[in-house]
Design a protein around this ligand. Sequence first.
Ligand code: ZN
Length: 311
Amino acid sequence: MENTVNGIHHITAIAGNAQRNYNFYTKILGLRLVKKTVNFDDPETYHLYYGDKEGTPGTILTFFPWQNIMTGRRGSRQATEIGYSVPENSFDFWLNRFEKHNVVYNKVAEKFGRPYLTFLDPDGLKLELIASETADVRLPWETEEITAENATRGFYNVTITTNKLQPTADILTSVFGYRLLEQHVNRYRFVTDTVENANIIDLVEVPGEKPGHVAGGSVHHVAFRVKNEEALMQYREKIAALGLNITDKIDRNYFYSLYFREPGGVLFELATDNPGFAVDEPVERLGSGLMLPPQYEEYRSSLETTLPKLA
Ligand code: ZN
């Protein structure tokens, strides 16, 4: 029986304009577009995946860009902050970069003794750069302007805002195998020891906080990483045994998934490492072509006309 997930697999959020989203994540933040595909439930919308060179689980932030989406609101029952790991001495670089590109940011502050820098993407999604306590050895994707000494390494953590700590904490500890590492006021930090990175979930308990509205600039779901389909189905049994509704296994082309809403209201996914992003294009060319699942291949020419070109 699988008892511990391997940290965060990916995080999916909602954006407005696709080109603006692409510019921000690839050019300003310096991530690699690792997959350009469509929303499998709404193929006239992109599904864009940003990550490291290979789209390693724990580095992948994905978006559904809907041009006319209304702006969401942060609140409870949501993942409200996405933290990226950066080198300790990179904050001056990022502050200058954000200033130059008119990115909304706060001054550097500290959480659990670690410096962090909060900023917003163009749709208002709240992100953070955090210097981890030990050097993050993950190989970063580098661009001309953002080299290894400053580049993000993938996720550090994700923060969930909840009205009531315990129900969500129970899922993290008794189902996913996280343990409580630290607490400061109403922020509870949970960690899993099976992986060294992307292994932190912060729960912030705010009893009176109104539920957030999931729309532009907010997180749609958080996916946790499991090794393979066998492990995936073991989690399915565990979660179903708690009386929670959970989907059947879904083929997402690049991983297999299950979805369930945790008792605190956040949509959680479990996603496998296999088969990965190189399943339909070589690593060197990841993100360069429009990749369609088999059911939409016959609509390729019309989709290529409808979907905006990204450059
Ligand atoms: Zn997902």
